[in-house]
Design a protein around this ligand. Structure first.
Ligand code: FE2
Length: 501
């Protein structure tokens, strides 16, 4: 039997036997590499100490010693050992970190045979080049090193781009912002004069963000978009083909790349009219696909987050409704506290973030009453000292309901501190003055006004005028004077409206 020419020795480190076997078969049978396998990081370290390898392929997530720590250990033993990291599709960030730690390259699962082989070939080729001794013709050697350096700087540039894409997209939470930002980043990244992002809706591409002149709504049928959606990959239309935008002939190449969620195309990123007038290179197309993948992930996360957030808000709202249903006299109290607090916030010119916290936090302020017994909550007469203690637990109970959700940090302030008093005589923490969060100080005024102007089983509403007098009396002791003054300027405080919900 003829011996195969051996192109290099490869060590594959993966705790998954299937993946190990697959990679080993690919590299041995297709790539003509001699392969060795290790079942985890510790096993891998032992093999590296006792054998010579040209490349190590290492899985990122392994028990005992994970890929990143394994990589660091290898670099301690042999800093020039090329390591290729294998990651799941979703951990491009981790791959970037691995590259910073000295990994030579990374492949994402599932991987293609030709990708694996070409990476291995490139790395062994580079190693041979770097091992050239001084006998090599000087010019050739310098040219080779120059080429390597150029490759390296291109790779680093791409990594930099990936990182800025991630950071920039992660900072955005509004879909409209994300769409616009995707287009702006793409136009910068690919130096194009025209870029657009469109979402697929009812057979049309509805443009959500654009740079340059683009139609707003394009029929997908018989356009290149139809191909992108069907084939789920990019489509490059050349000069002279029909422009999907206006039906005229294209005067510059037009690149469309799909954005997918669960393998379904939901949007298309279009790039055209490169500033230097050239067409898109293979490298740029590859980068555009990665960019689109990253952007799609961000949009998917956002969609999931929005659905989750909306569900959570609905659950909390139904909790509030169930508390109010137990005590018919407090019907719509939560809603009114939220609205009165917002009116105060308006007079005080608070920002949008504070107002959002006030809107929902005001609504949730008594959510802890879910933990107070009915006999205490709806008792018609005076409360005993024990019952008072029980009802005074509600701010902390409410806080404990919201705390683990991690979604409502500011709203939690209203829930916990709306019974604190400005002079420090309130509960549960006895905070005073500015130590009580501003939005909670505001809610305290709104809450007290609404309590005084609502009828209870054991007493009737004291009426607007007396309630205002009481608030003024409590200025600077129970309430912050400035907030009471602000309340007096609101429609409700002026007695112009009483929200009868
Ligand atoms: Fe309360």
């Amino acid at each position: 039997m003829e011996m195969k020419k051996e192109r290099g020795r490869v060590l594959i480190v993966d705790d998954d036997p299937l993946m190990r076997g697959l990679l080993s078969d690919m590299l041995y049978n297709v790539g003509s590499y001699k392969t060795d396998v290790a079942v985890d990081g510790f096993d891998g370290i032992g093999k590296i100490k006792n054998n010579e390898y040209d490349i190590v392929f290492a899985d990122m997530s392994m028990p005992r010693l994970n890929g990143m720590d394994f990589l660091k250990e290898i670099k301690k033993i042999n800093s020039s050992m090329p390591v290729v990291i294998i990651t799941g599709i979703s951990s491009v960030d981790m791959a970037v970190n691995a590259m910073k730690e000295g990994a030579q390259d990374f492949i994402t699962k599932p991987f293609r045979i030709d990708t694996v082989i070409s990476i291995a070939d490139r790395i062994t080729g580079e190693r041979k080049l770097l091992n050239l001794n001084k006998i090599a013709v000087k010019d050739d050697y310098e040219a080779s090193v120059g080429k390597l350096k150029a490759e390296l700087s291109k790779k680093l540039q791409e990594i930099g781009i990936f990182q800025s894409i991630s950071t920039e997209l992660d900072g955005l939470c509004d879909n409209k912002e994300i769409f616009e930002s995707i287009v702006a980043m793409a136009s910068k990244l690919f130096a194009v004069k025209e870029a657009s992002f469109g979402a697929i809706e009812n057979g049309h591409l509805k443009i959500k963000g654009t740079i340059g002149t683009m139609a707003k709504d394009i029929s997908i049928a018989n356009s290149i978009f139809e191909n992108v959606i069907k084939k789920k990959t990019f489509c490059l239309a050349s000069l002279g083909e029909i422009s999907p935008h206006n039906g005229s002939l294209l005067t510059s190449p037009f690149l469309s790349v799909p954005l997918t969620i669960n393998n379904e195309v939901f949007g298309i990123l279009n790039l055209s009219n490169k500033a230097d007038g050239t067409t898109f290179t293979d490298d740029e197309i590859r980068l555009a696909l990665t960019f689109a993948e990253k952007a799609a992930m961000r949009i998917e996360n956002n969609a999931l987050y929005e659905v989750f957030y909306a569900n959570l808000m609905n659950t909390l709202k139904s909790l509030v409704i169930s508390i109010e249903a137990r005590d018919p006299y407090t019907k719509h109290h939560s809603e009114r506290v939220s609205l009165y607090s917002l009116q105060i916030a308006d007079v005080m010119n608070l920002g949008a973030e504070d107002k959002d916290a006030i809107r929902f936090g005001g609504y949730l302020h008594d959510i802890g009453k879910i933990g107070v017994r009915d006999t205490v909550l709806v008792k018609p007469g005076m409360l005993t000292p024990e019952e008072t203690t029980e009802i005074r637990l509600h701010p902390v109970i409410g806080y404990n309901i919201l705390e683990p959700l991690k979604f409502f940090p500011d709203e939690m302030d209203i829930v916990r501190y709306h019974h604190e008093k400005f002079d420090g005589s309130g509960y549960p923490d006895g905070l005073a003055g500015d130590d009580i969060p501003l939005i909670a100080r505001i809610a305290a005024v709104a809450d007290t006004y609404d309590a005084m102007t609502s009828s209870r089983p054991y007493r009737n509403s004291i009426g607007h005028d007396i309630a205002i007098k009481e608030l003024k009396t409590g200025s600077s002791s129970q309430f912050e004077g400035e907030i009471v003054l602000a309340f007096l300027q609101t429609p409700v405080g002026k007695g112009e409206e009483r929200l009868l919900l």
